[in-house]
Write a protein that binds this ligand. Structure first.
Ligand SMILES: [Mg+2]
Length: 266
């Protein structure tokens, strides 16, 4: 069976964004047409990202690249973190935001925001060190809160991320810094965490074994999705190279490998 027609045998297609659909501000070959094809065929799909911002903000970025998509088709690690907070603390939690405006927008009105290190706090939401809420002053407040047992919630466990300036410290690095300093264990909500894929399947109303995940990162996309019994397609346009697969155990290998998304436009 051609790889392209495989997509039709699933109830939902999960598409990673960075390195799969786009690279910095450019869409990758086949990305725009693949979304159009899924929209035309009425196949359920979601675009996934370990981004620390909201689906609405990702939607605007994609629109600038010529991909018109509804925010309900986008699931970011920040959205997964907001879902986790509301599920874990159903009684209007007290949250400290060390991350983004996207987190602020998604949880505004649903939580009480903590404004200082001396206040009661259920959880601290942590993003990248460059996020607007991660100021020196707020980092010190977060440390005070973590030492008083506020939960340490990392949006993703990413060690680093690429930017126009080069490689930057990622959300995982900042989260571990706070966890190390306070002696508490962090919790992560993005890919490849189980909670990320489970929440997304709940939103899409599909069983994981009826989904196929397409991504460029073996660890975050392929291994994460396989852990829930999803089928997987690795695209070689991002992080993982074909030679990286030589060292990988058979049960962690992607089900299919493609050079780029155009191979799925059957
Ligand atoms: Mg990626």
């Amino acid at each position: 069976m051609a790889v392209g027609s495989i997509l039709e045998s699933f109830e939902a297609v999960l598409l990673d964004l960075d390195g799969t659909m786009y690279h910095e501000e450019y869409s990758l070959p086949g990305a725009v047409d693949l979304v159009r094809m899924l929209q035309k065929k009425g196949v359920k799909f979601a675009c996934l990202s370990n981004s620390t911002t909201s689906p609405l903000r990702v939607m605007n970025r994609m629109a600038r690249m010529g991909v018109e998509i509804d925010p309900s088709n986008i699931y970011t690690a920040a959205a997964a973190t907001a879902d986790y907070v509301l599920h874990e603390f159903p009684d209007r939690p007290r949250i400290f935001n060390l991350a983004t405006e996207g987190i602020q927008e998604m949880l505004d009105g649903l939580v009480d925001w903590v404004g200082g290190g001396g206040e009661p706090c259920n959880a601290i939401v942590i993003g990248n060190p460059t996020n607007v809420y991660a100021t020196d002053e707020r980092l010190r407040m977060a440390l005070q809160l973590a030492r008083k047992k506020a939960k340490i919630l990392g949006i993703s466990a990413d060690r680093v991320y690429p930017s126009a300036r080069g490689i930057e410290f990622g959300c995982g690095a900042l989260t571990h810094m706070l966890a190390y300093a306070s002696g508490e264990e962090p919790i992560f909500c993005g890919k490849p965490q189980r909670v990320f894929f489970e929440n997304l399947c709940r939103r899409l109303n599909v069983q994981p074994n009826r989904c196929v995940t397409i991504g460029d990162n073996l660890e975050a996309d392929i291994v994460g999705a396989k852990a829930l019994g999803m089928q997987t397609i690795l695209t070689l346009t991002g992080v993982t190279r074909r030679k990286d697969l030589r060292e990988v155990m058979p049960h962690l290998q992607p089900d299919h490998v493609i050079e780029e998304l155009t191979e799925l436009l059957g």
